[in-house]
Design a protein around this ligand. Structure first.
Ligand code: CP3
Length: 361
C-alpha cells in the first residue's frame, strides 16, 4: 500500500505529465495545451448540467463538479483539467455573502468598505471549502492511468490572488474604474494590508487542501491586476502576492500566475517567484517571455475571440503563437483569457489538435 503523503506522491508522479514538466521548464515531446474556461457556457454538455443546477450547486457538489471538469477535458482532448470551481468561493467561509446574478456576474451584498468589516472577516473556516478538494480527488482518480500516448493528464487547482479577490469584496462585483478599491488602498493602507493578509491566510490553506487532494499545479488568478500602474502594483500588491506564491510553492507544486492586460506588469509579476506567467493576447509571446525572464515559463496567448475566425486564419494564429515560443521548454499553449459564450466548440477542438501536430518535436 501507498504510505507516502499525498504531496510526496504528487511529486513522484509529476514526471508522468508533460503539462507538469512544461511548468518546470523541462523538455517535452510537444507543447501541452489546455484552455482557460474550458468548461463553460459555450459547451452544450455544460449547459445541460447547468439547466439542472445553479453555478454554486455545481461547485459545491463534488460529483457534479468532477463530471463537468472531466467532460470538458475529454471532449477537447487537452493535457490538463482545471477543477470546476469559482474564484469567489472563499468569501462564504470568510463571512461575506454573494450570489451569481445571471448575465451580470457575481454580486456581493454588503461590500467591504470599513476597517470594522475587514476585522470581522473570518480566517478560521477554510475547512468549509473541502468540497473542492473532494472534487479534485475524483478527477485525479479518473485520470490516474496514463492515456494512449503514455501521458498522465495534469490536474490544475486554482485560487484567486488577494488583489483580485479584494477588488470583488470592495467593489461588490465587476467594476470599470475600481474607485472604491483604490479609495481604500490609497486612503487606508493599513486596512488594505490587513485585508490582503487575511485573504492570504485562507487562500494558502485552501491551496493546501487542493494539493493534498491531488492537484499537480496551482494557478493563481489575478485577473484584474491590469487595473494598476506598475508602481502601485509593486507597493500595494507584489509583497502580498509574493508571500502567497511562496506559500503555495512550499506545498511542492509549480505555480502559474495569471492576469489580463499585464504587458506593463510582467517583469514585476515574475518577482513573485511564480514558475509560469500567464500572458494575455495583447503582448507578442516572445516579448512577454523576455519580460517574464529566463527563470519563468509562459502560458498563452491566443486571443479567445480568434476562435470565431475562419479556420485558416485561426490556424495561422495558432502557428504564430507556437513560432514565437520556438519550442523553448516552459511554454504551455492556452488562450490569453477565457473562452466566451458562443464560441464554436469545433474550433476549440481544432486548436487542440493543431497545437499537437504543429509542435511535435
Ligand atoms: O473551465 C473553467 O475554467 C471553469 C472554471 C472556472 C469558473 N470560474 C466557473 C465559472 C474558473 C477557472 C473560474 C475563475 C474565475 N471566476 C475568474 C478568473 C478567471 C478569469 O476569467 O479571469 C473570475 C474573475 C471569476 C469570477 C466570475 N465567475 C465572474 C466574473 C463570472 C461571470 C462572468 C461570466 O462569464 O458571466 C463568474 C461566473 C462563472 N464562473 C461561470 C463559470 C463557468 C459562467 C457563469 C455560469 O455558468 O453561470
Amino acid at each position: 500500500t501507498d504510505v507516502s503523503t499525498p504531496i510526496e506522491s504528487s511529486k513522484r508522479n509529476a514526471i508522468d505529465s508533460r503539462f507538469v514538466r512544461a511548468c518546470l521548464r523541462q523538455q517535452v515531446d510537444r507543447t501541452p495545451v489546455w484552455f482557460l474556461r474550458q468548461a463553460g457556457r459555450y459547451m452544450p454538455e455544460y449547459m445541460a448540467v447547468r439547466r439542472q443546477h445553479s453555478l454554486l450547486d455545481i461547485c459545491r457538489t463534488p460529483d457534479v463538479a468532477a463530471e463537468v471538469t472531466i467532460t470538458a477535458a475529454e471532449r477537447l482532448d487537452v493535457d490538463a483539467a482545471i477543477i470546476f470551481a469559482d474564484l469567489l468561493l472563499p468569501f462564504t467561509p470568510m463571512g461575506l455573502d454573494f450570489e451569481f446574478v445571471n448575465g451580470e456576474g457575481p454580486v456581493v451584498h454588503k461590500p467591504i468598505r470599513t476597517r470594522e468589516q475587514i476585522e470581522a472577516l473570518r480566517t478560521d473556516r477554510a475547512e468549509d471549502l473541502i468540497y473542492v478538494a473532494k472534487a479534485i480527488e475524483k478527477v485525479r482518480r479518473h485520470f490516474a492511468a496514463p492515456r494512449t500516448d503514455g501521458d498522465r493528464l495534469g490536474i490544475i487547482g486554482f485560487i484567486g490572488a488577494p488583489f483580485t479577490l479584494a477588488s470583488y469584496m470592495i467593489e461588490g462585483g465587476s467594476s470599470r474604474n475600481y474607485v472604491e478599491m483604490k479609495r481604500l488602498m490609497y486612503g487606508v493602507p493599513s486596512s488594505w494590508s490587513l485585508l490582503m493578509e487575511k485573504l492570504n491566510t485562507v487562500l494558502a490553506e485552501y491551496a493546501a487542501q487542493q494539493v493534498q487532494a491531488g492537484a499537480d499545479v496551482i494557478q493563481i488568478f489575478d485577473s484584474w491586476a491590469g487595473a494598476l500602474a506598475v508602481n502601485d502594483y509593486r507597493d500595494f500588491v507584489l509583497p502580498h502576492t509574493r508571500d502567497l506564491v511562496q506559500r503555495v510553492k512550499a506545498l511542492g507544486v509549480p505555480v502559474i500566475y495569471f492576469g489580463v492586460d499585464t504587458a506593463s506588469l510582467l517583469s514585476t509579476m515574475s518577482e513573485t517567484g511564480c514558475d509560469v506567467l500567464g500572458l494575455d493576447w495583447r503582448v507578442p509571446l516572445d516579448e512577454g517571455w523576455k519580460l517574464a525572464g529566463d527563470t519563468c515559463g509562459v502560458q498563452g496567448n491566443l486571443d479567445p475571440i480568434a476562435l470565431f475566425a475562419p479556420q485558416d486564419l485561426l490556424k495561422q494564429r495558432v502557428k504564430d503563437v507556437l513560432d514565437k515560443a520556438a519550442n523553448r521548454p516552459g511554454h504551455i499553449f492556452n488562450l490569453g483569457h477565457g473562452i466566451v459564450p458562443g464560441t464554436p466548440v469545433d474550433n476549440v477542438i481544432a486548436v487542440s489538435k493543431w497545437v499537437k501536430e504543429l509542435s511535435a518535436r
